[in-house]
Design a protein around this ligand. Structure first.
Ligand SMILES: Cc1cc2nc3c(=O)[nH]c(=O)nc-3n(C[C@H](O)[C@H](O)[C@H](O)COP(=O)(O)OP(=O)(O)OC[C@H]3O[C@@H](n4cnc5c(N)ncnc54)[C@H](O)[C@@H]3O)c2cc1C
Length: 371
C-alpha cells in the first residue's frame, strides 16, 4: 500500500470531509483517517442548517463561500440539499424590531414577513402559533439532512481516485510528516487535524491555549406533523439571542431583557428554540446548551420537555417524541473558529461554536487556498 499522500485529514466529520472534498477538487491526493466506521459525531446530530445570513464579521464571507461548496458537494455526491432559507418567527414587537434592524443592514437577504406571510410559509394545512406577529425570511440559508449528508459525502469521496478513507483507524500521535495510527503509520506533505471537540486528546496545549471546552445540546425527533411541509429552518426569539448577526443589533439588549422576563427557564438552559424538517417529514427539535470539559452523558427530561412544548406551540401541533439524543461540539470563549498551525506540516482546525455545518466548506476552501 502507498502510505504517502499530498494531504492527510484526521477526522471524517463535516469539517474533515469538506477539506478532503476541496483537496481532491484541486487535484491533490488525500487520505482521511477516521477512528469510527462512519461519521457519528456532531455532524450527524445537528439541525442540518447552514445558517448563512445570521453570521457576522469575518465569518459572513466564509459562510457564503461555504454555501457554494455545500451546493457543489450536494450535486457531486448526490445528497439532499435545498436552498430552502430560514424563517425567524417573531412573537413580540421587540423581536420584530431586531429583524427589521438586520433587514436595514443586510437588504434583501433578510425579508420582513407579515403574520399572514409566516402562516403561509408554514403550509396550507398548518396552524402555527396565533401570537406570531410577523418574522424574517432569510433566503440564502441552506438545508441538508444531517443524518445522510456527511455519510453520503464520505462514501462518495471514498470512490474518488485521489481519495482514500481509513475508517475504524484511530490517530494516536504525530512526528514530522508521519501520522501514527492504530493501523500503522501514514505520511503526507501536509496534515490537517479536524477532530472537533476531541482536540484536547491530541493537542492539549492548543486546546488549553484557546480554552476549548465541550458544549452539550439536547435534541429530539418528532414524527411528521399533519399539514406541515416547510423545508426552511425555523428560528425563534431565543435563536436571535445566539447568532452574532442578531446579537450585534441595537435591539438585542431589549430582546434579552424580554426573554429573561418572559421565559427565564429557556434563558437558563441556553435555549436556541428551533426546528428543521427532514426529507421524510420528521422534525428535528432543539436545543439547549451546557458546557463542561468532560461531558456527562445524562440528558434532563425536563429540558427536552420544555423545548418540545415551546416548539409545539410555535408549530401549532402536538409533537410526540420518537428519539432523543445528545450532541457535543467544541466551544471556546476566544474564537468561533480555531485554526492553529502547530508545525510547518500540521494544522488543527475546529469550529468552536455551533456553526460548523454552516462554515465547513468555506473554511476548507480557505485552508486549501493557503496551503
Ligand atoms: C445538536 C447540535 C446541533 C447543531 N446544529 C448546527 C446547525 O444547524 N448548523 C451548524 O452550522 N452547526 C450546527 N452544529 C455544529 C456542527 O454540528 C459542528 O460544528 C460540526 O458538525 C463539527 O464538525 P467536525 O467535523 O469538526 O466534528 P465531528 O462531526 O464531531 O467530527 C470529528 C470527527 O473526528 C473523529 N476523531 C476524533 N478523534 C480522532 C482520532 N484520534 N483519530 C481519528 N479520528 C478522530 C471523530 O470520530 C469524528 O468523526 C450543531 C451541533 C450540535 C451538537
Amino acid at each position: 500500500m502507498n502510505t504517502r499522500t499530498d494531504l492527510i485529514v484526521v477526522g471524517a466529520g463535516i469539517v474533515g470531509l469538506a477539506h478532503a472534498y476541496e483537496a481532491q477538487r484541486r487535484g491533490l491526493t488525500v487520505r482521511v483517517i477516521e477512528r469510527d466506521w462512519a461519521p457519528n459525531g456532531a455532524s450527524i446530530r445537528n439541525f442540518g442548517h447552514a445558517c448563512i445570513t445570521a453570521q457576522a464579521g469575518d465569518l459572513l464571507p466564509i459562510a457564503y463561500r461555504s454555501r457554494a461548496g455545500w451546493l457543489a458537494a450536494s450535486k457531486d455526491a448526490g445528497f439532499w440539499g435545498r436552498e430552502a432559507g430560514a424563517l425567524v418567527v417573531a412573537r413580540s414587537e421587540v423581536e420584530m424590531a431586531v429583524i427589521e434592524q438586520l433587514r436595514a443592514e443586510r437588504g434583501e437577504t433578510v425579508q420582513v414577513q407579515t403574520a399572514a406571510q409566516v402562516r403561509e410559509r408554514f403550509g396550507a394545512g398548518a396552524d402555527p402559533d396565533p401570537t406570531i406577529i410577523g418574522g424574517g425570511f432569510m433566503p440564502d440559508d441552506l438545508r441538508v439532512d444531517p443524518r445522510t449528508a456527511a455519510p453520503t459525502l464520505g462514501r462518495w469521496l471514498a470512490e474518488q481516485e485521489r481519495v482514500t478513507i481509513e475508517w475504524g483507524t484511530a490517530v494516536g500521535g504525530f512526528s514530522g510528516n508521519t501520522v501514527s495510527t492504530s493501523r500503522g503509520d501514514f505520511e503526507a506533505d501536509k496534515i490537517i487535524v479536524c477532530v472537533g471537540h476531541d482536540l484536547d486528546y491530541l493537542f492539549p496545549d492548543v486546546a488549553a491555549k484557546y480554552e476549548v471546552t465541550r458544549c452539550s445540546l439536547q435534541m429530539a425527533l418528532a414524527p411528521a406533523p399533519t399539514g406541515y411541509d416547510l423545508e426552511s429552518a425555523v428560528l425563534s426569539g431565543t435563536s436571535m439571542n445566539r447568532y452574532d448577526a442578531f446579537t450585534l443589533m441595537p435591539g438585542h439588549a431589549a430582546l434579552l431583557s424580554e426573554l429573561t422576563a418572559n421565559t427565564p427557564d429557556l434563558i437558563d438552559m441556553g435555549a436556541n428554540v428551533m426546528f428543521t424538517r427532514r426529507p421524510d417529514g420528521t422534525v428535528l427539535l432543539g436545543d439547549s446548551h451546557v458546557y463542561s470539559d468532560t461531558m456527562p452523558p445524562f440528558m434532563e427530561a425536563e429540558i427536552t420537555d420544555r423545548l418540545v412544548r415551546e416548539i409545539s406551540t410555535i408549530i401549532g401541533r402536538p409533537l410526540p417524541i420518537i428519539q432523543n439524543w445528545q450532541g457535543i461540539y467544541a466551544s471556546s470563549p476566544q474564537t468561533s473558529l480555531l485554526d492553529e498551525q502547530v508545525t510547518s506540516v500540521i494544522r488543527t482546525i475546529s469550529v468552536t461554536s455551533g456553526i460548523g455545518m454552516t462554515l465547513s466548506f468555506g473554511i476548507a476552501a480557505e485552508t486549501l487556498d493557503s496551503l
